[in-house]
Design a protein around this ligand. Structure first.
Ligand SMILES: [Mg+2]
Length: 184
C-alpha cells in the first residue's frame, strides 16, 4: 500500500512541477505587474493568440496595446512568443506593440525559443510567462524556470474544435491544483 502511495506522490510532484501555473487570472489586466517587478522579475514573455488577441482579430485592441505600454513603462522587457506559424500576424503585432517576438515557437519545447534568444542576443532570466494554455504556455514557463501565469482565453469560441477536449482536461487539472473557481 505504502509503495503505491510513494508512487502517487511522485507522479503528483511531476505533474505539479510541469503543469502548475504560478498564478491564474481572468485576463492580463488583472495581473499585478507592479508587484511582480518589485519581486525582481524583469522579462515578460507573452503568448499571442487568445491571450492578447482572439483568433478572429487581426490587430491588437487599444486595451491590450495600452496594457503592453504600461508593462513596458514599469521597466519590463516584453517579448511575444507565439506558436502561430503566420509571420505577418506575429510581425504586425510586434510592430504595433514595438516589442521583439517570434512565431512558430513550438511551446512547450524550448529549442526554437533558445535559438531565437541566441540570434537576437536577448538575455532572459527568471521570466514571467503569460498565456492561455496549460500544456503549451505553462509547461513552457515551468521548463524555463519562470513564473507561469495562466489567463482565460479571450474568446474560447475562436479556438479550433480540436481544443475542446484539451480545455476540459485543463479545467480538471486546474481544479485539482485548487484553481477551480477561476477556471470555470
Ligand atoms: Mg494562446
Amino acid at each position: 500500500m505504502s509503495q503505491y502511495w510513494v508512487r502517487w506522490s511522485t507522479i503528483k510532484a511531476v505533474i505539479t512541477r510541469w503543469f502548475r501555473p504560478s498564478a491564474v487570472y481572468r485576463s492580463v489586466e488583472d495581473i499585478d505587474m507592479r508587484a511582480l517587478y518589485a519581486a525582481g522579475h524583469r522579462t515578460v514573455i507573452l503568448d499571442l493568440d487568445n491571450t492578447l488577441m482572439s483568433y478572429n482579430e487581426y490587430t491588437l485592441s487599444l486595451q491590450k496595446l495600452t496594457w503592453i505600454e504600461t508593462v513596458k513603462s514599469l521597466g519590463f522587457h516584453v517579448i511575444i512568443v507565439s506558436n502561430n506559424r503566420s509571420q505577418s500576424r506575429v510581425e504586425s503585432v510586434c510592430q504595433a506593440a514595438a516589442v521583439p517576438g517570434m512565431r512558430f515557437a513550438c511551446k512547450p519545447w524550448l529549442s526554437a525559443f533558445q535559438e531565437f534568444l541566441d540570434h537576437s542576443g536577448i538575455y532572459v532570466d527568471d521570466p514571467i510567462v503569460i498565456g492561455d494554455q496549460l500544456f503549451t504556455d505553462i509547461v513552457f514557463a515551468n521548463r524555463l524556470g519562470g513564473y507561469g501565469i495562466l489567463v482565460q482565453p479571450l474568446d474560447p469560441d475562436s479556438d479550433s474544435i480540436l481544443k475542446i477536449p484539451q480545455r476540459e482536461i485543463e479545467r480538471a487539472v486546474l481544479k485539482w491544483f485548487g484553481f477551480g473557481s477561476l477556471s470555470a
